[in-house]
Design a protein around this ligand. Structure first.
Ligand code: NAD
Ligand code: MG
Length: 380
């Protein structure tokens, strides 16, 4: 087998760095041909010097000039979509809506999209869906829950009409078991302290509100075509069962592994081949219990808001995700209380106009309108 060419958008972030780890551990199976980041020029320059990609994309113009000056041998661009044509597999590890051009361009080019950037699929579901029919185009999820479901479906090998429901597991985040009253005064530092995963700041806050799980419900609907009534969330604090598929006879197939994102990254790069090295091994002599509970949707209202937006469909998921990005940024800036994140999103959704996107322009317009609406709510 030849060397697989890999492009990494968001290479300086948590998933991006772990993707480079997987590449380094794969004995030359992968070659990094393109890297991209938002603005972290120093880290990007260091990565590029180590991997010598032909193309480097940088969103921020100032950082781009620094990168171009430091890497005279590389082609340096501002357009993340340029990555799509360079590789066999494009890892989309950008955070937030900014990842949209990578998702769309990769599928349009008929390449494999190793998708960590759930926000692009959530915002553009109706536009992404037809692109999956482009010859060669394929989405292999990096998000651990969806990677687990991908593995469970593959293990069963049975058609979708035999699937009764998807069970997405959730760690519950740092505030599991707390009441809304106890959570009113929580600080940014407390919300950033995730019990089982070390991740970028945006998804860590999303995990503390359960919006991450809400976004993952929509992501699962888009990836696997499962109806919202047949997608359930189960709180599982140990993060060892990464998700499950229940079949119509009541049988459940689950995927278990230690919580290490390099496993789903390696799975998405190598599919259908499994990685040649283990990313953690479960010690069954010390793993004495695995707990499961229902989510507390009264305290963690973002989960219900996400189900509602998913069921509305059209541009509602784009609005939800945009409003969430605005609210989380305000929380991280100290301008909004943790408990008000859900309230800002709910009020923003009241202004949603019920449109259905048919083009990427429609998706961009929906995102812009939702951000405007969310900022208006924040200013009240
Ligand atoms: P991060 O904040 O650590 O990294 C984000 C990356 O995106 C950085 O490289 C940054 O330079 C880049 N970026 C930001 N804005 C950009 C822009 N405008 N244009 C181009 N690049 C830009 O985030 P992360 O935790 O690695 O998460 C990345 C994505 O993966 C998110 O969608 C997240 O939900 C998803 N995800 C992450 C994890 C995890 O363990 N970290 C797990 C599951 C899913
Ligand atoms: Mg996840």
């Amino acid at each position: 087998m030849g060397v697989t060419r890999v492009a990494i958008a968001g290479s300086t972030g948590s998933i991006g760095v772990q993707t480079l780890d997987v590449v380094a551990a794969s004995d030359g199976a992968y070659e990094v041909v393109a890297l991209a980041a938002g603005s972290s020029s120093a880290a990007l320059i260091e990565q590029a010097r180590a991997h010598r990609p032909q193309l480097v994309a940088v969103a921020d113009p100032v950082a781009r000039a620094e990168v171009a000056a430091a890497l005279p041998w590389a082609e340096v661009t501002g357009d993340l979509a340029d990555l799509a044509g360079t590789a066999d597999v494009v890892v989309n590890a950008v955070v937030g809506f900014a990842g949209l051009p990578v998702t769309l361009a990769t599928l349009r080019e008929g390449r494999r999209l190793a998708l960590a950037n759930k926000e692009s699929l959530i915002a553009a579901g109706p536009v992404v869906a037809p692109l999956r029919a482009v010859p060669g185009a394929e989405i292999v999820p990096v998000d651990s829950e969806h990677c687990a479901i991908h593995q469970c479906l593959r293990a069963s090998g049975r058609p979708s009409h035999e699937v009764a429901r998807l069970l997405l597991t959730a760690s519950g985040g740092p505030f599991r078991g707390r009441t809304l009253d106890e959570l009113r005064g929580v600080t940014v530092a407390e919300a950033l302290r995730h019990p089982t995963w070390s991740m970028g700041p945006k998804i860590t806050i999303d995990s503390s509100t359960l919006m991450n799980k809400g976004l993952e419900v929509i992501e699962a609907h888009e990836l696997f075509g499962t109806g919202y009534d047949d997608i359930d969330v189960v709180v599982h604090p140990q993060s060892v069962v990464h998700s499950m598929v229940e079949f119509r006879d009541g049988s459940v197939i689950a995927q278990l592994s230690m919580p290490d994102m390099r496993l789903p990254i390696a799975y998405a790069l190598g599919h259908p081949d499994r990685a040649t090295v283990p990313y953690g091994r479960i010690d069954w002599t010390t793993m004495s219990r695995l707990d499961f509970a229902a989510p507390d949707t009264a305290t963690f209202r973002c989960l219900s808001l996400a189900y509602a937006a998913g069921r509305t469909g059209g541009t509602a998921p784009a609005w939800l995700s945009a409003a969430n990005e605005v609210a989380v940024a305000a929380f991280l800036d100290g301008a909004l209380g943790w408990a008000d994140i859900a309230a800002v999103i709910e009020s923003t959704m009241d202004a949603h106009d019920g449109a259905v996107p048919t083009s990427s322009e429609d998706v961009l317009a929906a995102d812009a309108a939702a951000r405007q609406a969310a900022r208006t709510v924040l200013a009240r």
